[in-house]
Design a protein around this ligand. Sequence first.
Ligand SMILES: [Zn+2]
Length: 210
Amino acid sequence: MHEISDEQADKLYDGPVLSKECKTIVANSVLNILYAVGEDPEREGLVDTPTRVARSYDELLVGYNVDTKKLLNNALFDVEYSEMVIVSGIDFYSICEHHMLPIIGKAHVAYIPDKKVVGLSKIPRIVEAFARRLQVQERMTQQIANLIDELVEPQGVAVIVDGLHMCVAMRGAKKSNARMRTSALTGLFLKNELTRMEFMEHIGSIHQIL
Ligand SMILES: [Zn+2]
């Protein structure tokens, strides 16, 4: 098997997700993929690609390093408010765990407070924490809903995720399936059709969004 040079390995550092040692393993693996697909890893454009890819995983997979239970520390407020709170159109970038190709899309989150509301900026951070991992969209949708349900204890949570899967789009399979909508509903969103419809109407159809 091929290995990156000592000089290249020396430029890798411990990051929030991958240690220097793990980055070296990723870089060596990418180098071998380049050889295996018949490329010339010595050419100018590719010479730093293995280490570049290894470094990028610190950002792409940073969700593994987030303690999701602590995300809402100091961001829950007691209020007398029981109307629907909607945060829609949250951009996310994830990686499909089946092909290691990007999933890009938008997440839409609603909840009906019981006694607590959560700071507005925290909802996108919850989405981000679960998106920046190797994922399947169905699980990510459920994880977002479960965490809000657990930490905010609302009367109901609804999460809709619209995703464009590069593994489908780029490989030219049925294009109509390239966009996927998944949902996770709890409490009043499950029990009350009008509540559910109010949320669905607010966010609109997947084809208007992606
Ligand atoms: Zn895939």
